[in-house]
Structures are given as structure tokens and as C-alpha cells.
Design a protein around this ligand. Structure first.
Ligand SMILES: [Zn+2]
Ligand SMILES: [Zn+2]
Length: 280
């Protein structure tokens, strides 16, 4: 007899919060908190202690609770996947992945299983999805370009910790890079080209357009040479201009207080578009 296995439906996500705690912890922390909550039903306190390494008497489970709530994972999801093979959990989540939060949770589990999305492009992994999710939630209630730009400029170049209203936010490294790309609307700071993914359409709202754009982030002073991992040390570039820095065809030069890119082959200086403060 042929039997079809019926898999349960995943309860709807109920997202709350502005993501302060979410952004304070790394991608691996997010992934492990989600995994252990869904598969082992660990309590918020146990997650704080065992996964985030916090003193539960002090943190009282609030850190992992806020991370989970920001993703929409609440009591009904606790140990929802207990006893399920990871593949079944993925099959259960898959139909919902058109929505960003589900796709992110799905991608954490794929990453956990060391598998990749079929539609995943090599330069667009779970770290970017995770950072983009935070940015989109952070910009959730703003719509026009000006409001978006002003909100993004609240993420200061000089610190990974910033205030917006009465809340304090922390920006993790991938978020910083993604915020920088958004601030330049994915245009290269030197040649003003940008890289498109299929489905990009000019008429899409700006935040939708970002999902179909790509850019590189370059550290002016390499991290390997003591450069800092802050926006002040980053440029938003196209892959061509980026490579030219690494081959030293391009070098940065300051002339009369302005910053230029000097092309050592052509001998030409080009100005840069600069919307954030830089340290050189
Ligand atoms: Zn370029
Ligand atoms: Zn680089």
C-alpha cells in the first residue's frame, strides 16, 4: 500500500520587537538559539545560559526571548520540531519561505544541516539574509527614500552601538556591511554602477529593489593589517573597482582635503561619492 506522509503545518510567526537584542548577537547565536528552541524546547533561561553563555540570574532569559520574538517564534513553536529529522523540518518550512522571516529560519536550519538553498547565489548566504532581515524590520514603518535615508543615517559610522529614539542598537559586522550598501543604494562609490539580480525592476519600492541588487564592501585598511571593522573603514564598491584595490591598480589619495581614487595604470584621479564619514 502506498502511503503519503502528512507533515504538520508550521504555526504562524508572531513578530515583535525592534531587534536590539537580535542585532547584538552573531549569526551563529541566532542559528543555535532558533535550533535549540525548535528542536529541544530549551527555555529562554536555558538558551541564555547554554547558548549565549550568559548568567541566567542576570539575563533572566530576556536575550534569547527577544531574539526569538523578533523572528516571531513564540510558545507554540517551542520544541515544535522535537523528534523530527532536520529534513522534515525543512520540508515543513519550505512552503512558507516566500516570507522573509520563514526564509531566514529555514536558512538557519539549512545551514545547520550544512545544505544550501537551491536558489541561493554563492555571494548571498545566510549572513546577508540575517542582516537584511534586521534592516528591513528596522525600516519597517518608513517608506519613502528620504525617510529611509534618514533612518539609515542613524547608524553611525563611528560605532557599532547607536541610539534611535529611546532604544540602543548594536550593529554586527554583516549588518554594518549591509547598512552601508543600502546607504549607497548599492551604487559603486567610484564608478556608480551596480550589479542586478534577476527580478529587479525600476518601479519596485526601494526596499524591494535592494533584494535584487548586489555590491561589495571593501575595508580600506585591511582587517589583517589592523584595520577596524567599522563603516568608517569601509567602501561600497562594484566587484570591478573592488578588485582594482586588491591588485593596487586603484589607490586612495587625499588632495586638497578631498578624497580621490588614483588609477596607477591610467594615471587618472576620480572622485568618490561619499555619504558616510571615513577614517584614513
Ligand atoms: Zn565600480
Ligand atoms: Zn576588499
Amino acid at each position: 500500500m502506498n502511503r503519503t506522509r502528512i507533515l504538520p503545518c508550521f504555526p504562524p510567526l508572531q513578530q515583535t520587537g525592534r531587534g536590539r537584542e537580535f542585532n547584538q548577537y552573531s549569526l551563529d547565536d541566532h542559528k543555535e538559539v532558533v535550533y535549540h528552541y525548535l528542536f529541544h524546547g530549551l527555555s529562554h533561561r536555558a538558551l541564555d545560559k547554554d547558548i549565549l553563555g550568559l548568567d541566567p540570574a542576570y539575563s533572566r532569559g530576556f536575550q534569547s526571548m527577544n531574539i526569538l520574538h523578533f523572528l516571531g517564534l513564540v510558545d507554540v513553536h517551542k520544541h515544535f520540531f522535537e523528534g523530527f529529522p532536520l529534513e522534515d523540518a525543512l520540508a515543513i518550512l519550505k512552503p512558507y519561505t516566500a516570507e522573509e522571516a520563514y526564509l531566514l529560519i529555514y536558512s538557519y536550519l539549512l545551514d545547520k544541516a550544512q545544505m544550501y538553498r537551491e536558489d541561493q547565489q554563492p555571494d548571498y548566504g545566510v549572513a546577508e539574509l540575517d542582516a537584511r532581515y534586521w534592516i528591513n524590520q528596522f525600516l519597517k514603518d518608513v517608506d519613502d527614500r528620504q525617510q529611509i535615508e534618514s533612518r539609515l543615517s542613524f547608524v553611525p559610522a563611528s560605532s557599532q552601538e547607536f541610539r534611535y529614539g529611546s532604544s540602543k542598537y548594536y550593529v554586527s559586522s554583516t549588518s554594518l556591511k549591509e547598512v552601508l550598501k543600502c546607504r549607497y543604494d548599492f551604487y559603486c562609490q567610484i564608478c556608480h554602477t551596480r550589479i542586478y539580480r534577476p527580478k529587479w525592476v525600476r518601479t519596485l519600492p526601494i526596499k524591494e529593489q535592494w533584494k535584487h541588487l548586489n555590491a561589495d564592501v571593501h575595508h580600506i585598511q585591511p582587517l589583517s593589517k589592523g584595520g577596524i571593522d567599522l563603516m568608517e573603514n569601509m567602501l561600497c564598491l562594484c566587484p570591478n573597482c573592488h578588485r582594482r584595490f586588491h591588485t593596487e591598480e586603484h589607490i586612495l589619495e587625499r588632495r586638497q582635503g578631498h578624497l580621490f581614487v588614483f588609477n596607477q595604470i591610467s594615471g587618472k584621479h576620480s572622485p568618490l561619492t561619499i555619504k558616510h564619514s571615513l577614517i584614513l
